[in-house]
Design a protein around this ligand. Sequence first.
Ligand SMILES: [Mn+2]
Length: 420
Amino acid sequence: MNSSHGNNMAAHTAAAMLRQAQSVLITTHAKPDGDAFGSVLALSSALRQMGKQVRALLVPPVPENFLTLPGADTLEIVDSHTQFPGTLPGTLPGTLPGTLPGTLPGALPGALPGAAPHGNAGPSPSVQPPASPGGTTSLPGVAPHGNAGPARSSGHLSGAIDLLVILDTCAWSQVEALRPTIAPHLARTLVVDHHLSGDIAAAHRWIDGSSAACAQMTAELIELLDENDESADTPATLWTPTVCLALYMGIATDTGWFHYSNTQPQTLELAAQLLRRGVDHADLFRRLEQTERPEKLALLTRALNSLQLLAANRVAVMVLRPEDFVATGAQTEETERFVDVPQMVQVVEVVVLVTQSPDDLSAGRIRVSLRSKPGPSAVNVADLAAQFGGGGHARAAGAKVKGDLTQVLARVRSVVSQVM
Ligand SMILES: [Mn+2]
C-alpha cells in the first residue's frame, strides 16, 4: 500500500469534517453492493437530518430491490454515458480542517444564488434550495431514478460543495465514471473505506481494514455526529428508521448475514442496537435476498454443470460463457453469489468463477471471482487476484482480465492449482 492511500485520520476527525461541511457530495463504487448503497443512504440521510445539503450519487447498475428501501428516492443515479463536468461549481468555504486552497481552479465564478454562508462551525438550520422550475437536477449527467418517485432533496444543491465523500472504495477503477468530477477536488475529498488497497489520493482518508463493513464505520460517524449535534433536542435524533435500516443492510450484506469471518463483536453489537431501534431483520432479508428471477436459477444450473474440481477436490472452478446468458435470458449481474455455492463441499477450499457475459464480451473482458474458506491453511485469494491484475479481500477477491476465455480459464486453473 502506498502511504498516500492509507489511513491518515481517526473517526472523530472524519466526523468533524462532516460536521463542518454545509453541502456534501457523497458517492461510492460503481455497481454498489448492499454495503456501498446502505452506507451512502445512511450517511446522506443523517447529514440531511442535520440540515445539510446533500447530493448522493450512485453509478449504475443499482439493483432494483435496493431502490425499494425507504429513503432510496433521495439518491441520484448517474448516467454513465453522459460526460461529467470536470469541476464542480462553487467556492471553498475555507473552514475545513487541514490546508485547503481558497478557491477552486476552474470553479464557476461565485456561488450560485441560495448558497449557504459558510464559516459557521455549528449546526445550521435546513437551507431551502432555490426553486428549480421543471427540473430536479442541476448537474449534467445525473437523473433521479424513475421507479421510486422523483428525487426529493437531491439535485437541488445551491452550487457550493464543501466536501466530497467517497464510501466503501479507495480505487479509481471503481469510480471511473465520476473521476473527472472528483479528481480536481482531492484536497476536499474524504474517503471512508474498509478496503486496504486503493489509489485515490484523497487528502482525507479514514481507512480501517479491520472493519467488517463501511456501514459499520458509517455508524461510528453517525454516533459521533449524533453525540455532538447540539441542535438535537432528544438523543438519537440521527438514528431514524431510514438510517437504521440502511446501516443494517450494509453490515448484514457485507458479512453474508453475519457468517463471514469479518463479522466482529462490534458488528453484532451494532446489529443488536439497530434491531432495538426497530429494524425488521426478516423483512429486510426477504427484500434483499429472496427477489431473484427464475432466469438466475437457470444460469446457476449452467454454472454448476460447468463445475470442475481440481487439486484433490480442494479447488472448484466454474465457467459461464456468453451463450449461457443468451440461453437462459439471465443478466450479467445475476451471477452474484454463485461463487459461494461450491463452498458447501467440505474439502473445497477455493472457488473460482470465470464469467464472460455478452456485456463482458463486447467490453473485451473476462471476470474472475475468487473465494476461499477461513482456517489455518486459508488461501489468500487477493494475492491470486493480483496475479490477474485484480484485488480484494483475503477471502473474497476478483479481477477483470483481457483475452481469450479458453486461455484465461487455463491460466486460472494453473495459478490456483499451484498454490494448493
Ligand atoms: Mn464494503
